[in-house]
Design a protein around this ligand. Structure first.
Ligand SMILES: O=C(O)CCC(=O)C(=O)O
Length: 263
């Protein structure tokens, strides 16, 4: 994988829990935009729509659409995604977890709050990576931002519902509050289609509202490395996988979460 990423990318990912990889998927952008255009017109039943008072535009997020959108599955199975994930997470095996689509209308006014993805998920482990891919150019102030080193926190951050800020699970005490973002270096970059921000599921991240006069579309692809196993959460996860029928500590079932690489 030396051609696509280098040791310093791997070291940054390990130390900061986030790294920018410039232009790494440029040749896949047209295909992904085709998929995203279909997706916007045909959201799944899992899609969530967020509005903010006094703003016209909406913020739509949707999950787990790779099976029905061939452009997404083409990218997942035929791009160097898994190989890059294997290098970054220093894993021999890579399983696909899910895709997450973020569509923000122009002037949608709804930010993505600071959060950690891991506590929303039915998995535990450290060898994880999300690939955040903007489908159009993003100024720094509407790109992803991440707290460098936050993936090393010992306790998980309390997951809350983005609509009403309520704790996701009853055992809210098992989690810690968000730390003060001023205590961290914030990693954020101006980004172009083809660039990727790769981050650990435990890295605290967020994004400002889209207050520009053009839409913003982002795809995040989530992958699992060697040490990731099923974790039974005390409630509904996001995304939820009803009937998954797995026990704590098991490798995720391959019929739902395909192994993309096993070296
Ligand atoms: O782009 C955004 O608004 C948020 C992205 C995000 O939270 C993610 O990819 O996990």
């Amino acid at each position: 994988m030396a051609i696509l990423i280098n040791q310093s990318d791997i070291q940054s990912f390990k130390k900061d829990g986030v790294v920018l990889l410039r232009g790494i998927f440029s040749e896949w952008i047209d295909i992904l935009i085709q998929g995203a255009e279909f997706h916007i017109k045909n959201p799944s039943e899992r899609a969530l729509i967020h509005h903010k008072k006094n703003y016209q535009g909406q913020f739509l997020e949707d999950f787990c659409n790779w099976k029905r959108i061939p452009e997404y599955s083409d990218f997942i199975f035929n791009s160097p995604l898994a190989s890059i994930a294997s290098s970054l997470t220093e894993s021999k095996s890579v399983q696909f977890f899910h895709d997450h689509f973020f569509y923000k209308d122009a002037n949608s006014g709804v930010p993505t709050p600071w959060h950690q993805d891991m506590p929303y998920y039915c998995v535990s482990g450290h060898q994880t990576v999300s690939f955040w891919m903007p489908l159009e150019s993003r100024d720094k102030n509407v790109s992803l931002r991440s707290l460098a080193g936050s993936h090393l926190l010992k306790k998980e951050i309390r997951p809350t519902s983005w609509s009403n800020n309520e704790s996701f699970y009853e055992d809210s005490e098992a989690f810690m509050d968000l730390p003060d973002s001023d205590d961290y270096e914030i990693k954020e970059w101006r980004t172009q289609p083809g660039d990727v921000i790769a981050f650990n599921f435990k890295t605290i991240h967020g994004a400002n509202a889209n207050l520009n006069d053009k839409i913003s579309r982002t795809l995040s692809f989530r992958l699992l490395g060697d040490d990731v196993v099923f974790r039974d959460r005390p409630g509904r996860t996001s995304p939820s996988f009803p009937d998954i029928n797995q026990k704590n500590g098991e490798r995720l079932r391959e019929d739902w979460f395909p192994t993309l690489l096993n070296s």
